[in-house]
Ligand binder design. Structure first.
Ligand code: KG4
Ligand code: ZN
Length: 334
């Protein structure tokens, strides 16, 4: 029998609801982004974000179901991002999911946000195991080993800033509007790699550190400003992006080789980055690695990825009572 998961994602500034069949076939997804509102403030304002989720959640749920051609009778279970994320935002999605679960008497499946990002890849093609997942988002930078579905083992991660966070801070110092990551990406193609920036944490571990390169960019900009020199923004964006992508590729390839894994998936908002996509495509081809990256629209936050992950959590027997708690921080690993 087919399994339909209706899932809700509200951990940051997107209110999203989706229905996915058997963890891979997207039936319908609605994503309502608040990005334009937060752009006025140069970043996500948590209080405004939670209020907007409250205003929109019911409408987004209704729209998703109405346009899916299904009714609540067809839904097998309700999935929801319970964390990590902004607590006020998570609470709205979790409360909505609890209510649906109670009213329609459906199982409630708690889904970790990063499990969602990883399973966005299952909407592209069936994930093959063992695999390594490189998770690069605004809040996470991790190398994860999966031997089977819904089993996550951390093999490395950032010791300080997440890569998306670093992109956004570099964008800010270059006076680019929020969210800056995609703009730094775009700008880098107009420049050359002429700035002498350090390669971040180029050691023998699987860990990353991006605070050094972030500080290097900030200091460089401030020093040049004080001297009255012009900053070649596109060159700086290009140099920064090259360094970041070089270290991501280097450590990921090392992990694939040392763990004898031939399948790589990339997940999280920064997997929309064009240099990450092109470099990984090239090196994976050269090294006979099977690469999957989500379609651009499923790189950033959405509920389709939560519904896909929710299906495998459901199959694994993961359930929550109606007392499900939202968690601002929570560990994915066993
Ligand atoms: O996964 P996501 O939507 O939210 C979190 O779970 O954190 O990721 C958002 C992050 C932001 O930092 C944004 O600047 C970054 O992903 N991002 C990019 C690109 N597109 C989104 N960073 C670099 N290049 C891009 N093309
Ligand atoms: Zn995310």
């Amino acid at each position: 029998m087919d399994t339909y998961i209706l899932a809700i994602e509200s951990s940051c500034d997107e209110t999203s609801v989706s229905i996915v069949k058997n963890g891979k076939e997207e039936i319908n997804t609605v994503v309502l982004s608040q990005m334009d509102t937060h752009a006025n403030y140069g970043g996500v304002v948590p209080e405004i974000a939670s209020r907007m989720h409250v205003e929109n959640i019911t409408m987004v749920i209704e729209e998703c179901i109405n346009k899916s051609g299904l009714s609540m009778d067809d839904i097998t279970a309700i999935g929801v991002t319970y964390g990590p994320g902004l607590i006020g935002c998570l609470l709205v999605g979790v409360q909505a999911a609890i209510t649906l679960s109670y009213v329609y008497n459906k199982p409630l499946i708690p889904v970790h946000h990063i499990a969602g990002h990883i399973y966005a890849n299952n909407l592209v093609s069936d994930m093959k195991f063992p695999l390594i997942a490189l998770v690069v988002s605004g809040g996470h930078t991790e190398l994860i080993l999966m031997d089977k579905d819904y089993s996550f083992k951390k093999i490395g991660g950032t010791l300080d800033d997440a890569v998306g966070e670093c992109y956004d801070k570099v964008a800010r110092v270059l006076k680019l509007p929020y969210p800056g990551g995609p703009l730094v990406d775009k700008l880098s193609y107009e420049g050359k790699d002429t700035y002498d920036l350090p390669l971040p944490l180029d050691d023998n571990t699987y860990n990353f550190s991006f605070s050094g390169i972030k500080s290097a960019v900030i200091n460089l900009v401030h020093n040049e400003e004080q001297r009255g020199n012009e900053i070649r923004k596109a060159d700086l964006a290009c140099s920064f992006q090259n360094r970041v992508v070089t270290i991501l590729v280097k450590k990921t390839l090392k992990a694939l080789k040392e763990y004898h894994v031939e399948n790589l998936i990339i997940a999280g908002g920064v997997s929309a980055n064009s240099k990450i996509r092109s470099e990984f495509e090239q090196v994976c081809k050269a090294n006979n690695v099977n690469l999957t990256i989500p379609n651009i629209k499923y790189c950033t936050d959405n509920a389709a990825m939560i519904a896909a992950a929710g299906y495998y959590a459901y199959k694994k027997g993961i359930r929550s009572g109606l007392d499900l708690k939202a968690k601002a921080t929570t560990n994915l690993f066993e």
